[in-house]
Write a protein that binds this ligand. Structure first.
Ligand SMILES: [Zn+2]
Ligand SMILES: [Zn+2]
Length: 277
């Protein structure tokens, strides 16, 4: 089964509309697919309609931003959720409202270092989206030739310790896990080795994640090196978590991996979708 259970459309910070992402997944041979926009479920109906018309099995998903302890943040993907579940819908709306406040503060911080109009510029890139994310700021800074590509904007302007970084309080882990389970889904830790925490803290987090009902971890990640895939597999075994497959595709030219372009899952791991299809 060729699965890809993590990617984005322009409903959050991807470049393509949900229908185009769905066609691209089908064209690239994905057999089981999930659209997982940040803190938003508005693209799922369109994605599902096209996926099913193209013979691709579809799981409703969302990638939820959470804060943990003093200043760490993680992304938890909910798979197989009921998109209209009231607690989930209300929780995601609260996160999106917080994002707008964060975006205004990012714009104000960038003004201080002489980058003018960034909030309005990012909002223009987020025209089809209900939220403004750092990727939208990054596209504006590339347009203004302040950086050459999206990744270097993150490295020089938006990451922690850089001029446009603002701390932000996302959802609590227990709330996000409850929304996902109430909506009938499974919770999966996204891109485990892409957080700014040490390995010890990651393990403490995973222990809590598992204890509170988290069920899966992305192992075959498009953004991970082969060594990192092995490390994620070891974490899956150690914590008794099911394994997921994730390109984290955002758009042509902007992502490490295209749809379906993911490393193979180690044979001994239980795929997360066995409980969902
Ligand atoms: Zn993420
Ligand atoms: Zn993502």
């Amino acid at each position: 089964m060729k699965a890809d259970l993590h990617c984005h459309s322009n409903v959050s910070d991807g470049l393509l509309p949900p229908a185009e992402v769905a066609h691209r997944a089908a064209d690239r041979g994905v057999e089981l697919w999930s659209l997982t926009d940040h803190d938003e479920v508005a693209g799922l109906a369109e994605a599902r309609a096209v996926a099913e018309a193209r013979g691709v099995r579809f799981l409703d998903g969302a990638e939820i931003s959470i804060s943990w302890r003093e200043d760490a943040s993680f992304h938890v993907v909910g798979l197989g959720i009921a998109p209209g579940h009231p607690a989930l819908v209300a929780g995601l709306r609260a996160i999106r409202d917080g994002r707008d406040d964060r975006a205004r503060r990012i714009g104000a911080e960038l003004e201080k270092v002489g980058i003018h109009g960034a909030y309005a510029g990012a909002a223009r890139y987020a025209e089809k989206s209900s939220l403004i994310s750092r990727a939208h700021f990054a596209r504006f800074l590339v347009e203004k030739k302040i950086s050459t590509d999206v990744k270097s904007v993150f490295d020089h302007y938006l990451a922690k310790g850089k001029p446009g970084y603002v701390p932000h309080e996302w959802a609590a882990l227990e709330d996000a896990l409850r929304w996902i389970s109430d909506a009938g889904g499974l919770a999966v830790l996204a891109h485990p080795l892409r957080y700014r925490v040490g390995r010890d803290a990651l393990r403490v987090f995973l222990g809590e994640f598992k204890d509170r009902g988290g069920q899966g971890i992305e192992v075959a990640c498009g953004a991970h090196t082969p060594e990192e895939v092995h490390e994620c597999a070891r974490l899956a075994r150690h914590f008794g978590l099911k394994a997921s497959v994730a390109s984290d595709f955002h758009g042509p030219g902007e992502s490490y991996a295209d749809l379906g372009m993911t490393p193979p899952l180690p044979d001994d791991l239980a795929p997360v979708w066995h409980d969902l299809i």
